[in-house]
Design a protein around this ligand. Structure first.
Ligand SMILES: [Zn+2]
Length: 141
């Protein structure tokens, strides 16, 4: 065996219900959010009813994959042992061009270089055979 990759040891999302549908799209390298088919409002995290108009009708609509850094925090002391070697790291809230916000990481940007409003674009990280996480990198072009 020449396999050198270490197994992914961080907590993973629970794949059931609407969350499973969201991550199944990520596995196909498509970032999709729910969009109300009555009023057009985008929403995330996944839920059954539109908070804008009360409709139960929605679709998984393909997002642009582009957004900006809305805010972040720097974790200096990990609260879970699996993140200890990553410190310091920055969980980042990205505001997508569609208006929804997503908690993720910006993989190519150290915490001290993050800026509010910084353009970012989605990438997909297949951390296990079952789970692909959406992450972000600085926007290019
Ligand atoms: Zn609606």
């Amino acid at each position: 065996m020449t396999e050198t990759a270490t197994p992914f040891n961080k907590p993973l999302p629970v794949l059931d219900g609407l969350a499973k549908e969201f991550y199944d799209w990520c596995k196909q390298h498509e970032l999709r959010f729910q969009r109300c088919t009555d009023c057009g409002a985008w929403r995330h995290v996944p839920r059954e009813m539109c908070a804008e108009c009360g409709s139960w009708n929605w679709e998984w609509a393909k997002a642009s994959g582009r957004g900006t850094v809305f805010t972040w925090t720097v974790v200096a002391r990990a609260l879970h042992p699996a993140f200890q070697s990553d410190t310091p790291y920055a969980p980042v809230v990205v505001e997508m061009d569609e208006g929804v916000r997503l908690l993720a990481s910006v993989v190519d940007c150290p915490p001290d270089q993050l800026r509010i409003g910084m353009p970012v674009e989605v990438i997909f990280d297949a951390v296990t055979p079952e789970v692909t996480l959406p992450k972000f990198r600085r926007a290019r072009g």
